[in-house]
Ligand binder design. Sequence first.
Ligand SMILES: [Fe+2]
Length: 157
Amino acid sequence: MIHSRSGELDAALGTLRERRRGFERWLVAERAKPGISVLVMAWPANYATPVHDHGGLWGLEAAISGALEVESFLHDPVDRSLRSQGRTWLGPGDATWFDAAETHTHRCRNLSRQETALTLHVYGGDLAQYLAYEQPGPSGHWIARPRHSEIAGRLTA
Ligand SMILES: [Fe+2]
């Protein structure tokens, strides 16, 4: 559906690509019971997230325009290690998903050096808080830092 209607979507979301305000998360819809939230995200050229979790929520993400690289990691809370589970690449209309698990983390990157990418995200709840992981030294240990997800605004259909 995303692919077949990519022209319409591009027209509707074109303004998001032209804003050049950095990485932005736009809320499309949310429900409390069952918990679900739908967001569109704008990724500046070359932008990469830190390795992060999703507060234990399940999630689905799809590229609307542009292409993302997604590297998944398995987080071991006991020894605080992150083990790469491999990479996937999402072009327009491609999607990836993950189960509700504290151990799932990933890092996402806009593969374009010039163009803003847009992606669609569905989460099993409100992803207000999550953890970002940093590796301060060569020891292999990762430090988790709480982050708050900012919303740039609401997109209404
Ligand atoms: Fe994510």
